[in-house]
Ligand binder design. Structure first.
Ligand code: UD1
Length: 346
């Protein structure tokens, strides 16, 4: 029996984290999850076990707590790489509590980067966002597009974290990194056992749609139909969360097999296809057969008009492609919402 490569996943009980743990285990990796459960539930570990037949290790640790992180590296000796999801991610909240966002998102990364060389960890995959591009001048947006001034402290933490990793590696730190710039992750695992569990009223579109369809919210507001787009609503690149999770497995394998052309590589993770808010609403109705109560409302402050990825680099260099259809993706989001109702969670 060959020994499995051990991967530390911070934020591994969260939305994208939990799906990534599943795909890592499916691909034969051993996973150690670290999560402070600030925005997720420990029961997610049971669900991961139910899906994969294998229970990942779990430590309730805050990445700001360096001493506890050290203990994790000691207890699970031989961790080869990290996928770092653990972060605060609500745009609006970050405007209200900027210091909390800077402390949490930057501090966690700094602790990990400090500890990686001490424990021989070879590489890190960092959760970044297409938010770093702001409103791109050219679409689809490639990784070479300029970084625009962030609209929120949250967006700024993503930019600063990217820069911290670049500077650390440039200074000679014996690690490599892959920065994944996600477009809009949606959907859930096809089993319906894991998915996105927003805290309070959802700010993101798809959780708001599924909660409205379930009757938890009365009506969806479509924020603006007078933008410069074909139907007037904003356009995004919605990426299935399982597809996104698989991009992390490709990134980890690239790091461990020392295939990187540069010590820090950046990839867009999107489908390459833009969908408007109204198109998405209609796709939800068509693929689930559930009618949605919605109205056109005013624009939301700070919204980007249109953005979608050029995923060519990820396709060609990482060997990863988005595979799921938007219909299957929206059906999976609905299945998850139904699961939440059936289990009494929501
Ligand atoms: C938002 C963040 C982005 C972050 C991402 C994480 C902003 C400005 N951007 O992206 O930085 O990385 O979440 O997931 O907040 N919409 C409605 N009605 C709703 C909710 C959303 O019409 O009730 C529309 C929005 O106006 C937007 C689209 O749906 O056009 C997608 O919105 P959302 O899911 O919040 O994602 P982003 O704004 O793209």
């Amino acid at each position: 029996m060959t020994l499995k490569d051990k991967i530390l996943v911070t934020g591994g009980t969260g939305f994208i984290g939990s799906h990534t743990v599943v795909e890592l285990q499916n691909a034969g990796y051993e996973v150690v999850i670290v999560d402070n459960l600030s925005n997720s539930r420990e029961e997610v570990v049971d669900s991961i076990e139910q899906i994969t037949g294998e229970r990942p290790s779990f430590e309730k640790v805050d990445c700001l707590d360096k001493e506890s992180l050290k203990k994790v590296f000691e207890e699970y000796a031989g961790i080869r790489a990290i996928i770092h999801f653990a972060a605060s991610k609500a745009v609006g909240e970050s405007v209200q509590k900027p210091l909390m966002y800077y402390r949490n998102n930057l501090g966690s990364l700094l602790n990990l980067l400090d500890l990686m060389p001490q424990y021989g960890v070879e590489g890190i995959v960092f959760s970044s966002s297409c938010t770093v591009y702001g409103q791109p001048d050219v679409l689809p947006v490639t990784e070479r597009a300029p970084i625009k001034k962030a609209e929120s402290p949250y967006g700024n933490t993503k930019q600063i974290c990217e820069a911290i990793i670049q500077d650390d590696v440039k200074s000679g730190a014996p690690i490599s990194a892959i920065l994944l710039r996600y477009f809009n992750p949606i959907g859930a695992h096809p089993s319906g056992l894991i998915g996105e569990l927003p805290n309070g009223v959802p700010q993101n579109l798809v959780p708001f749609i599924t909660q409205t369809a379930m009757g938890i919210r009365e009506q969806l507001s479509v924020f603006g139909d007078d933008y410069d787009t074909p139907d007037g609503s904003c356009i995004r690149d919605y990426i299935n969360v399982v597809d996104l999770a698989k991009a992390h497995v490709h990134a980890i394998s690239r790091i461990l097999q020392k295939k990187q052309e540069e010590p820090v590589e950046v990839f867009n993770v999107g489908t390459g296809r833009g969908l408007s808010v109204l198109e998405l609403v209609h796709a939800f109705e068509a693929s689930t057969g559930v009618k949605l109560n919605y109205k056109i409302a005013g624009r939301r402050a700070g919204d980007i008009v249109k953005v979608w990825a050029d995923p060519k680099k990820a396709n060609e260099v990482l060997g990863w492609h988005a595979e799921e259809t938007i219909e299957d993706t929206l059906r999976s989001a609905w299945k998850w919402q139904v699961h939440l109702r059936e289990t009494g969670i929501q």
